[in-house]
Design a protein around this ligand. Structure first.
Ligand SMILES: Nc1ncnc2c1ncn2[C@@H]1O[C@H](COP(=O)(O)OP(=O)(O)OP(=O)(O)O)[C@@H](O)[C@H]1O
Ligand SMILES: [Mg+2]
Length: 328
């Protein structure tokens, strides 16, 4: 055993982290602190460096430069302690497809040094906790996609880790299966566990306490979802009027600068609720439809980097116009 870890250490502490693969610099000086008990999301386009960062934190790859600590343990000099304290769910399956759900968990428990009775008990607990009774005695390959992902989660939880890394853990699942998965994760977070995750589904990122946006191996913003969104300008107002050209002219004269183009009129404003009543009263053109919505996280990324996350980013629910219909 290594020296006791101060309980006030952060869950994850990354300083000046660089990772180079031959010619690619996947991480270019990342600084990041995840607090204990936090649900923390890392968002960024394909190739931004998310999996690279997770694999360094999980001690599967060594950094080229800089330091990283998990619950106070250094990922290079204290690998075993890091491994004991964390669980990880990768996008790629790690469960053994021919084994039953129960046997997958048993195997993991034995691998981590639990005695056979303890491993059996832990497997039973997890199958119950994650609603995997159906999966207990069937080969993993015969389970539904959602059950398999939950089994991956159960596998990561065998050691009762204080911190959980989820790298696109729900990719490819339908909405119901994702909801079920996240209900379990939120339950864990509620018990004080730290959850550090990546996702390409924006509605999943919304549940995070804080989000780091990563682009080309660098953190470009780090804040609460709400604070990130206010960087776009607070809110988006969309108007459909009887005469949009005239309405645009009037808005511009009154300093409200509508965004260029689009069928509707789009205004980004720090506080839509404060200006909207007055605007609707004084605009000399009849308004047929008005809508106010929050900027999305992708709007934030667009504003910061000039690009969207990637072509596969699902259209956020309730947001007409999709990924290019936002405020950037
Ligand atoms: N083993 C490797 N050898 C060489 N280059 C690699 C290796 N793994 C990743 N890279 C490169 O490092 C960069 C970061 O990759 P990484 O997998 O960390 O991105 P990511 O943010 O997880 O992307 P995605 O959203 O697609 O999963 C990419 O340019 C990638 O091609
Ligand atoms: Mg990845």
């Amino acid at each position: 055993m290594t020296a006791a870890v101060p309980t006030d250490s952060a869950a994850v502490e990354v300083r000046g982290l660089v990772k180079r693969y031959d010619k690619v610099e996947a991480l270019r000086g990342v600084d990041l602190t995840v607090r204990r008990g936090e649900m923390f999301a890392l968002l960024g386009p394909n190739g931004a460096g998310k999996t690279t960062l997770f694999s360094i934190l999980a001690t599967l790859r060594a950094p080229t430069a800089g330091t990283a600590r998990v619950l106070g343990h250094d990922v290079v000099t204290d690998r075993d302690a890091v491994r004991r304290s964390m669980g990880i769910v990768f996008q790629e399956p790690a469960i053994e497809q021919r084994l039953t759900g129960r046997d997958n968990l048993l195997l993991m428990g034995l691998f981590y040094g639990l005695g056979s009775a303890a491993a059996r008990q832990r497997a039973a607990e997890l199958l119950k906790q994650l609603d995997l009774a159906d999966a207990a005695d069937r080969p993993a390959k015969n389970l539904s996609g959602g059950q398999r992902r939950k089994l991956e989660l159960a596998r990561a939880l065998v050691t009762d880790p204080q911190i959980l890394f989820l790298d696109e853990a729900t990719v490819g699942l339908d909405v119901d299966a994702r909801r079920g998965f996240w209900a379990q994760v939120r339950g864990l977070a509620a018990t004080g566990r730290t959850v550090f995750f990546t996702t390409h589904y924006m509605e999943e990122a919304e549940v995070a306490d804080r989000i780091a946006l990563i682009d080309h191996g660098q953190i470009v913003a780090l804040d609460t979802p709400q604070a990130l969104k206010t960087r776009v300008g607070g809110g988006v107002i969309r108007l459909q009027t009887e005469d949009n050209a005239r309405a645009r002219g009037w808005l511009t004269e009154h300093g409200l600068a509508p965004e260029a183009g689009g069928q509707e009129i789009m205004l980004v404003h720090a506080d839509p609720a404060a200006v909207l009543p007055e605007l609707l009263r004084t605009l000399p053109v009849k308004v047929q439809r008005v809508e106010v919505h929050e900027p999305s996280l992708e709007d934030v990324f667009l504003k910061l980097t000039g690009r969207g996350f990637d072509g596969e980013t699902p259209v956020p629910a309730g947001r007409p116009g999709g990924r290019n219909g936002g405020a950037a």
